[in-house]
Write a protein that binds this ligand. Structure first.
Ligand code: HEC
Length: 348
C-alpha cells in the first residue's frame, strides 16, 4: 500500500515535470512566479532558471495594422519567472536559428519586449494588446540583441515614448539555436515616469504580454509577433480567481454558427480572415484575432466598436469632434455575439 502510494507520488511528480505549464484542471492557464530567497540571477544560463518549469506562450504575427508580419506563422516562447522580496525577474527563451545582433541601414536586430498595463486588477479593463490605447497606457521593457535596454510607454501604436531609466536590467545570450533573455526590475519604480508597479501583497496577479522581432526576417516596429495578455501569478500571494480565469476564458458560443454570421452580418465585407475569399482591407485582418485577443475584447469589438479603436490608418473618422470607428455597431443578439466570438477564437 505504502509502496503503491510512493509510486503514485512519483508518477504525479513525473507528470508535473512532463506538463510543467501552470494549468489548473479547468483549463485556466497562467505563468507562475516562484518565490526565491536569493536575488534572481540576471544570467540567463544560471542553473536557477533550469530548475523552473517553463510556461509556454504563443506569439502571433501582428496583422491588425499594416505593415504587419503576416504569413510567418506562430512562434512559441517559454517563460520562467522568479521573485524575491523586492525584485521581479523574467526569463524568456525562443528558438532562432541565426542571431541578428547589429542594427544598420537595412539591417535589424532581434529583440523582445515585455508589455505591462500601467493600471490593472479586477474590474480594470486591459489596454489594447498592441501597445495600449488612448487613456489606457502600456509600459514596455525592450531588449535588443545589440545590447540596448529601454523602458518605454505607449497609448497605442505610434505613440511610443522613452521613459527615464527605471532600473530595468536585461541580459541576452544566444546559444545552440535559441535566445535566452532575463529581465529584472525592482517592484517599486521611481516616481517620475510611466512605469508598472508590482505589489504581490496587494495584487497577486499582473497581466503581461510579449512582443518579439526577428531581425533576419526584417522585423521592426509593427512587423512583429505578439502574444495575448497573460496572467502572471505570484506563487505566495492571494489571487482573485475570477480575474485569473478571464485571461483564458472561452466564448460560450457556437463557432460554426459564428462563421455563418460573419457573412450574414457583413463582417466578411470589411475583414479578411481565412475562409473569406474576398480578403477586404477596410478593417483589420482577423487572421490571428483568436490568438491575441480575449473573449471579452472580441465580444466588445462587436457590440461597441468605438470603445477601443485599433489605431490603423483609415480605421476611424472624426464625428462631432470625437474619433469613432468606421465599424458600425452590428445589430446582433447576445448569443449571436458569443457565436461570432467563438468563431474568432478559432483564428490563430
Ligand atoms: C464597415 C466595415 C466593417 C464591418 C461591416 C465590420 N467591421 Fe470590424 N472593424 C472595422 C474597422 C475599421 C475596425 C478597426 C477600428 C476599430 O477598432 O473599431 C474593426 C475592428 C474589428 C475588430 C478588432 C480587431 C483587432 O485587431 O483588434 C474585430 C474583432 C472586428 N472588427 C470584428 C468584426 C465583426 C465580427 C464584424 C461583423 C459582426 C465586423 N467586425 C464588421 C470595420 C468593419
Amino acid at each position: 500500500m505504502k509502496r503503491a502510494a510512493r509510486i503514485f507520488g512519483c508518477l504525479v511528480a513525473a507528470l508535473a515535470l512532463e506538463f510543467p505549464l501552470a494549468m489548473a484542471g479547468d483549463g485556466v492557464s497562467f505563468i507562475s512566479v516562484k518565490q526565491s530567497s536569493a536575488e534572481p540571477p540576471l544570467d540567463p544560463l544560471d542553473p536557477a532558471w533550469e530548475k523552473l518549469a517553463p510556461a509556454p506562450v504563443t506569439l502571433y504575427p501582428q496583422a491588425s495594422v499594416t505593415p504587419g508580419a503576416d504569413g510567418s506563422g506562430a512562434l512559441n516562447v517559454s517563460v520562467r519567472a522568479l521573485y524575491s522580496g523586492k525584485t521581479l525577474a523574467l526569463h524568456v527563451a525562443w528558438p532562432d536559428a541565426k542571431p541578428a545582433a547589429t542594427r544598420a541601414i537595412g539591417e535589424f536586430a532581434d529583440g523582445i519586449a515585455v508589455q505591462w498595463p500601467l493600471r490593472y486588477g479586477p474590474g480594470v479593463s486591459l489596454p489594447y494588446v498592441g501597445m495600449g490605447h488612448g487613456g489606457a497606457a502600456a509600459a514596455l521593457w525592450q531588449w535588443r540583441a545589440d545590447g540596448s535596454v529601454e523602458t518605454l510607454a505607449a497609448e497605442g501604436f505610434g505613440t511610443l515614448t522613452a521613459q527615464p531609466p527605471d532600473g530595468v536590467k536585461a541580459n541576452g545570450v544566444w546559444r545552440d539555436g535559441k535566445w535566452q533573455v532575463v529581465f529584472t526590475r525592482a517592484f517599486v519604480p521611481p516616481k517620475n515616469g510611466q512605469y508598472v508597479r508590482f505589489d504581490p501583497a496587494k495584487q497577486g496577479v499582473v497581466p503581461v504580454a510579449l512582443a518579439l522581432w526577428n531581425g533576419d526576417a526584417q522585423e521592426r516596429n509593427g512587423k512583429k509577433h505578439l502574444s495575448a495578455w497573460q496572467a502572471l501569478r505570484f506563487e505566495k500571494a492571494t489571487a482573485n480567481e475570477a480575474y485569473v480565469r478571464q485571461f483564458s476564458a472561452a466564448a460560450s458560443g457556437n463557432a460554426e454558427n459564428g462563421k455563418r454570421l460573419m457573412a450574414e452580418k457583413g463582417c466578411a465585407g470589411c475583414h479578411s480572415f481565412p475562409g473569406n475569399p474576398a480578403q477586404p482591407t477596410v478593417g483589420p485582418n482577423l487572421a490571428y484575432a483568436g490568438g491575441i485577443h480575449h473573449a471579452d475584447y472580441l465580444l466588445e469589438s462587436i457590440a461597441k466598436p468605438s470603445r477601443i479603436i485599433v489605431p490603423g490608418k483609415g480605421y476611424s473618422m472624426v464625428q462631432n469632434g470625437k474619433r469613432v470607428s468606421l465599424m458600425p455597431a452590428i445589430q446582433s443578439t447576445e448569443q449571436e455575439r458569443r457565436d461570432i466570438a467563438a468563431f474568432l477564437q478559432t483564428l490563430r
